[in-house]
Design a protein around this ligand. Structure first.
Ligand code: AMP
Ligand code: ZN
Length: 460
């Protein structure tokens, strides 16, 4: 299995530290608002990675954090505390905001059929571990205190910026420093005590004073607690390369005395809307709920994500969502057909299994994997039972919920409405047809017109 490692900027053959077992850490949501579908693209990519590892027979221990403290609006420790921003916006406490948006995030994940991590961990539940790591850094001489805050001294860490290939010398000349306390421009806060946000509700006592941790230290402390001093894979979106992951590496390798702390770093490209990176702080921001309200199956968004390689930008459009929804429906209908119509033909899916496996193991090439799926479905020499079983195997990686597709038993009154609507449609009585659709909806059924006739679904 090959994966593109940001550390070396090349595809490498994957080999875990412990045979057959993979330790995986993925940076989770900052819970001050709903996740947008750009964030969710990153979690879909990470889910595909995890499912591919499982498909290859590895055991996977997956940890995902929830950032509920310390993340300022600029990743470089400037701006406003994101949680506080959310609390002010909604006139609630930061704790209420964290609780509400954590649940909303976990709900979105479920709708996208993203598997839960083995361990969910919140930054605020791990203050002790974070302070201990800061103490270890202090003992080794990597910290200094200025203006009441504790900083990581990047000047003391030899390989600082290696992941992002930062040119520190050039930057030193160009950068105008906003935080006058910093000794080097890339230094970052490990512990805030003198925050400009005196109304910050999340505060803890520590030997450095009453305050709260900086953003980066949470991931290092929690990953170490649950995955050990070194582990296999760490992921996030590409925006994490220059600051968050760069800082995680510096503080972890400095505190733990290991190198490399993580063997493979994988990063997902952005979802782009109107030529702009989708972002919570600027521009248009689409949630999964909005996509559902527009009439799309959340799994159509998952299918849409699979259509582009995770290392390429993905342009969002409603037209592209229509195509994804149609393709997903076609696939769902195909599942019913394969299940219900046994036929003659050979057990002959080996070639497609090879193609599919080759694609997913080539740095998660999902567009190519989908092509192998459709090639198999079109092959008339293979019998339906064999196709169906193979498709369900593929779906262990695709995660499109194809094992849950069932033909529904339709009550008589619903059947009558469907027929009446078909009649109205054929007579081009659109108003009447729409009325029937509304009646069906009230009874808990949705109806869509496909090339093979109307498709009825029970609305959950
Ligand atoms: P946050 O909740 O801001 O910490 O971000 C959660 C995840 O979404 C991180 O891994 C980010 O790198 C990622 N992310 C942020 N914006 C986008 C985007 N437009 N497209 C894809 N991933 C993104
Ligand atoms: Zn992180």
């Amino acid at each position: 299995m090959k994966l593109y490692n940001t550390l070396d900027r090349k595809k490498e053959t994957f080999s875990p530290i412990t045979q057959n077992e993979v330790k995986l850490y993925t940076c989770g949501a900052t819970v001050y608002n709903y996740a947008h579908i750009g964030n969710l693209r990153t979690y879909v990519f990470e889910d595909i990675l995890k499912r591919t590892l499982l498909f290859n027979g590895y055991k996977v221990k997956h940890v995902m954090n929830i950032t509920d403290v310390g993340h300022l609006t600029s990743d470089a420790d400037e701006g406003e505390d994101k949680m506080l921003k959310g609390a002010k916006r909604e006139k609630k406490t930061v704790w209420q905001i964290a609780d509400f948006y954590t649940k909303a995030f976990q709900n979105d994940i479920k709708k996208l059929n993203i598997q839960d991590p083995n361990i969910w961990c919140k930054a605020t539940d791990h203050i002790k571990e974070q302070v201990e790591m800061i103490e270890a850094l202090e003992k080794k001489g990597f910290t200094y205190t200025a203006g009441g805050n504790v900083y990581f001294n990047t000047g003391k860490f030899k390989d600082y910026g290696k992941l992002a290939k930062l040119n520190l010398k050039a930057e030193k000349q160009a950068r105008i420093e906003k935080d006058k306390n910093k000794k080097n421009s890339h230094d970052f806060v490990l512990w805030f005590t003198k925050s400009k946000f005196q109304d910050q509700e999340m505060k803890w006592d520590s030997k450095y004073g009453r305050g709260f941790p900086g953003w980066h230290i949470e991931c290092s402390a929690m990953a170490t607690k649950y995955l050990g001093k070194q582990f296999d894979i760490h992921c996030g979106g590409i925006d994490h390369i220059p600051v968050h992951h760069t800082n995680e590496i510096a503080q972890s390798e400095a505190a733990l005395g290991v190198k490399p702390w993580v063997h493979y770093w994988l990063h997902g490209e952005f979802l782009v809307l109107n030529e702009q990176k989708m972002s919570k702080s600027s521009g248009e921001f689409l949630t999964l709920q909005k996509v559902i309200e527009k009439g799309y199956d959340p799994l159509a968004y998952r299918y849409f994500c699979l259509g582009t390689h995770y290392r390429k930008p993905l342009m969002f459009s409603w037209e592209a969502m229509d195509s994804a929804q149609n393709a997903l429906k076609k696939l769902q209908n195909k599942v019913l057909e394969l299940k219900e119509k046994p036929n003659e033909g050979k057990n002959n899916t080996e070639k497609y299994i090879e193609d599919f496996q080759g694609a997913i193991n080539d740095d998660l090439n999902m567009p190519q994997a989908l092509a192998a799926v459709w090639d198999m479905l079109k092959d008339e020499k293979v019998n339906n039972k064999n196709k169906y079983e193979t498709l369900l195997q593929f779906d262990k990686v695709l995660g499109l919920g194809l094992d849950r597709i069932k033909k529904i038993k339709i009550p008589e009154e619903v059947q009558i409405l469907i027929e009446k609507r078909e009649d109205a449609r054929l007579k081009k009585s659109w108003k009447e047809a729409d009325q029937m659709r509304d009646k069906l909806k009230a009874l808990g059924y949705s109806i869509e017109d496909t090339s093979s006739g109307p498709l009825i679904k029970k609305v959950q």
